[in-house]
Structure formats: C-alpha cells, structure tokens
Design a protein around this ligand. Structure first.
Ligand code: GLN
Length: 469
C-alpha cells in the first residue's frame, strides 16, 4: 500500500468509499517508521496506534466522527501526553511520564486524530539542526548527510518522509519554520497566544508557540481550526474568535505584499535569493501589489532574541534539579552537590550554555545593560512591524539564509548556528504569525523555503496566500 491521497479530506473520502482501511493505513505508517529508523525521527512510537482505527472507521461510516477523523499525527517530544514518556530529548527528565495531556494534543484526540508517536528534537527545543538531542541527530530525508533543521527536526522530517499525515512542533525563534524549509514541507507558527501552551514544556514562555507541519496547506488550516482558541489552563492564550481557516482558504484575494531589503542582504544564499525573487515576480503578475518596506532594526533581532530567551530559559529550567523528578546523580553528597551533579551530568552543552548566558544577563550588575535593554529593543522591533502592517497585509522573506547544511558543519560554531534564525526570530519577538512554504529546490536538490508573515491573529491571510502560491 502506498499513500494515494494528498490531504486529509481526500483520505477521508477514500475511507468512506471503502478504498482504504484506516487500520491498514496506520499499520502502513508503523511499518514505514520502522523501515526509516535510520532517519531517527521518532523518540517513541505508539505501537498500539492501530487499535483505535476500527472504532474511528466505524464512526466515519455512521457519520459521528470528529473533524480530524483518522488523521495520523506525530507530536514533538516537548508536549505532554498522559501516561507517555516526556523527555524534551534531554537526559535530565530520566523516565518521567506525563500526568496530563497538553491542550493542543487533547483537542486533536477529541476530534479523532490518531497520535502515532513523539518526535525527536533539539534538547528543550534549543537548536537549529536537531543535533542537540540525547537521542542523536535526525537525518534530512532529502539528503541523509544533512540536518533536517531544528529544533522541531523530527516533526518536519517525519512529514517530509511520509511517516505521518501531520505533525505538531513548537516555535520559539524559528523551530517550526526553519525545519519546514530544510525538509520541504509547510510549517506554521501561529500568533503568540493563538494556541494554548498548557502541557508544553517551557523554554522561553513569552516566545513559545505550538503549530503544525504538513505536506498540504489545507491540512495546516484544518489542524489550526482545532488547536486554536482560549484555554482556561493558559492565561496567555487569547480570547479572540477563531475564523474557519479551511473555508476561507480558497478565497482568491489580492494582497499588499511587503518586501524589505534587510531580508535579502549579505549572507543570503544566491540560489535561494533567485528562487524567491522569481516568486515575487509571479505574485506581481498574479495581481498582488508589491510594496517596499523598511525593517531598520533587523540587525538587532538575533542579539535581542538570545538575551531574552536565555534569560527566560535559565529561570524555566531551574526546576530540573534532580530532587523532584527525572534524573538524579549517583554522586550526590550534600543537597547543593546533588543539584550540581545532576544538572552537570544530564544537561547537554547547548542547554548549559544558555542557562549560563541567561543567568548572566539577569544578574544584578548586568540586568539593566542586557535584559532590560533587550526588552526595549523587543518593543522597537514590534513597532517596526506595526508600522509595516499599516502599509501591507503580508511580509515576504526567505525562511533561512541557506539550505540544509551538513551534519556537524556548524556544531563548533554557535554563532553561525544562531544566524540560521536571522529571518525567523523577529516574528517571535513581535508575537506575530509566520509560515514557511516550500517553493523549489536548489541545484543540489535541497528544498528552499519562503516565509510569509502577517499581523497578530491574521493567520488566515497567510493560509490564503500560501494556497494561491
Ligand atoms: N533555533 C532557535 C534556537 O536555537 C529557535 C529555537 C526554537 O524556536 N525553539 O533558539
């Protein structure tokens, strides 16, 4: 059996017509995951996933099924699912099992989606290559010598390799959009507050957002319809009406599309630049209005992002102390030594680097110079977006400065790794939504992603334009 549907609606039709059985479909994914073990996309596979299939198929046939009937979904291993392991691809959580299910995943389950496993990622979602994982790196399905991007590398690669229908990832500075670009799939980072963070392990709480990956933009819209909305368990979730993203997706609206030279300057790969410039020409011919905009503070986004997110991370990760849950060092001694040893032994290098950096920028003598200053710059960057969105509906940029790089290529150069996020972090600083869409391949056959950004709570525009493209 191979997959002969392009999105969930087609899959549902095939099931209704009796042309495929859902149980066979789930077993097909389980086998394919096993056959592609070398890609290392999954930390955990739920072998019993097919058990629910017959019941859901029954519900499909008698018309009582939920909106995501039989959609096979993989979930990044930073989201809690009751009774299942939650590792954040770190050793520090030991064999911790979640006591409850995150809201985003519970909403999928309530609509009869089938969760097939938990995907590999960078430790605590810190990274751009999925190489910072206690489970080892994920390989890019397009070229196994290359990284899939990160931190949601397993979720992006699983969709690209056809090891699930759809997946969930998280994006704090680009972790959905960048791996989507590297793997040639769609990845949407919603507005901050659009999707509940309840049950998402915190990295940088004022930046983190949960969003979907898919091979088809309609599936992105379908999942967004379900996971969006106010949640009593997350006070930062927004009480703003959720439009029907799917029914609006085919509207053939013409948009004012902003292009800023700051996103096309030094450091951008020439082939990516060419492909995206071609797309801009096509959009112009299709009747969209291309508007030059300015993004004067773009050069400060990476520094601001790394000051603020490491500060939040150093505080959020203080709870992993070996005392309450997860890994505890055998070399305990005094309480302080037990904390020290547990954290030293079980956190990876990148997480340690960020905890130290974050502790430093928050410390008494440096708070004003770094943390407070960065908060002010965050506001200025948000103001730049506010100004731009007075003139345009959507801002168009490359998603990444280059295509998927080789495993190990940037591991010893954190700065060059951080620069991977040069076009993506500003959306998180401003809390706005962004999508990466696959727009072509370079001469080596590696996918190229293009990013669209919209104002807060205007995901609908992103989906409409993505569909047109
Ligand atoms: N690559 C970025 C980082 O390392 C983004 C991570 C993310 O979005 N979770 O922080």
């Amino acid at each position: 059996m191979s997959l002969n549907y392009k999105n969930h609606s087609e899959k549902l039709d095939l099931i209704k017509k009796g042309e495929i059985s859902l149980a066979d479909n789930v077993r097909y994914f389980l086998k394919k995951i096993e056959d592609n073990k070398h890609l290392n996309c999954y930390n955990f596979v739920f072998e019993d996933a097919a058990e629910k299939a017959d019941l859901i198929e029954e519900k499909i046939k008698n018309g009582t099924v939920g909106k995501l009937a039989g959609m096979v979904v993989a979930v990044k291993d930073v989201l809690a699912i009751e009774g299942k392991a939650l590792t954040c691809s770190s050793k520090i959580l030991g064999n911790f099992e979640s006591l409850y299910t995150s809201t985003s995943v519970q909403k999928l389950i309530n609509e009869d989606a089938i969760i097939i496993g938990k995907t590999n990622c960078d430790e605590f979602a810190m990274g751009s290559s999925n190489e910072n994982s206690a489970f080892g790196p994920v390989l890019n399905p397009h070229d196994n010598k290359r990284v899939p991007g990160g931190s949601s590398g397993g979720s992006a690669a699983a969709v690209a390799a056809g090891l699930c229908d759809v997946s969930l990832g998280t994006d704090t500075g680009g972790s959905i959009r960048q791996p989507a670009a590297f793997c040639g799939v769609f990845g949407l980072k919603p507005t901050y507050g659009r999707v509940s963070r309840y049950g998402l392990t915190a990295f940088a709480s004022s930046f983190d957002s949960v969003g979907p990956f898919a091979n088809d933009v309609e599936d992105i819209a379908k999942v967004m319809n379900i996971i969006s909305g106010k949640d009593e368990n997350d006070s930062t979730s927004a009480d703003i009406p959720v439009p029907d993203f799917l029914s609006g997706i085919n509207e053939n609206k013409k948009f004012r599309i902003g292009i800023a030279k700051e996103f096309f300057g030094e450091g951008l790969d020439a082939e990516i630049k060419k492909v995206i410039e071609l797309k801009i020409e096509e959009l112009k011919s299709a009747g969209h209005k291309i508007v030059e905009i300015e993004f004067p503070h773009n050069e400060y986004t990476i520094a601001t992002y790394y000051v603020l997110t490491t500060a939040e991370a150093s505080s959020n990760l203080a709870r992993y102390d070996g005392a309450r849950y997860g890994y505890r060092s055998k070399e305990s001694g005094s309480l302080i030594n037990m904390y020290n040893n547990s954290r030293s032994e079980a956190f990876g290098d990148e997480v340690k680097r960020r905890i130290m950096l974050g502790t430093y920028v928050l410390s008494a003598g440096y708070y004003d110079a770094y943390y407070r200053k960065a908060q002010k710059v965050r506001r200025i960057i948000k103001n730049d977006f506010d100004k731009a969105f007075e003139k345009v509906d959507i801002i168009l940029t490359p998603t990444t400065p280059d295509c998927a790089f080789k495993l190990g290529e940037k591991t010893n150069d954190p700065l060059s790794m951080y620069l991977e996020d040069i076009y993506t972090t500003s959306a998180n600083l401003a809390g706005i939504p962004g999508i990466s869409i696959p727009v072509g391949k370079n001469s080596e056959g590696l996918p190229i992603g293009m990013q669209l950004l919209a104002n807060q709570f205007e995901e609908e525009k992103l989906l409409q334009l993505s569909k047109q493209i």
